[in-house]
Design a protein around this ligand. Structure first.
Ligand code: ZN
Ligand code: ZN
Length: 134
């Protein structure tokens, strides 16, 4: 008697590839990288530098969009809370500079309380004669 090893006959495996390459692409395209791209474009369009004359922050991660007319809340109401939607709206308008600009986080925080603290520091620095600092 010859024992034949019973090999499974139905081994012609038709493995199905995951049918969602498109869905995966969509995930990659939207989300973080796209928002970063949009932000980079915004920073480029607005000069890539903090607008405060006493500051030269150019690090994109530190820069924020400034609403010069303090209409940030209004803008949010109009286009939604979504930061990406706000950027897209500005992009559609061709990055208007008359009421928007770049400020670093520090200066933006200062501007929110009236004027940038840099102005105060600059005033103090001018008030102290240079040779008393040595
Ligand atoms: Zn600044
Ligand atoms: Zn400043």
């Amino acid at each position: 008697m010859i024992a034949r090893s019973a090999s499974p006959r139905h081994s012609m495996s038709r493995r199905r590839r995951p049918s969602t390459p498109l869905a995966r692409m969509r995930v990659r395209k939207s989300g973080l990288s796209y928002r970063r791209e949009l932000r980079a474009e915004m920073i480029d369009a607005y000069g890539g530098k903090c607008e405060c004359p006493h500051c030269d922050v150019t690090i994109p991660e530190f820069l924020t969009l400034e609403h010069k007319r303090k209409d940030g809340a209004e803008h949010r109401r109009r286009v939604g809370r979504n930061a990406q939607a706000q950027l897209l709206d500005l992009k559609r308008q061709g990055w208007p500079t008359e009421d928007h600009g770049l400020l670093c986080f520090n200066c933006n925080l200062g501007a929110g309380t009236g004027e940038c603290p840099h102005n105060g520091i600059a005033a103090i620095a001018v008030a102290i004669p240079q040779d008393t600092l040595h």
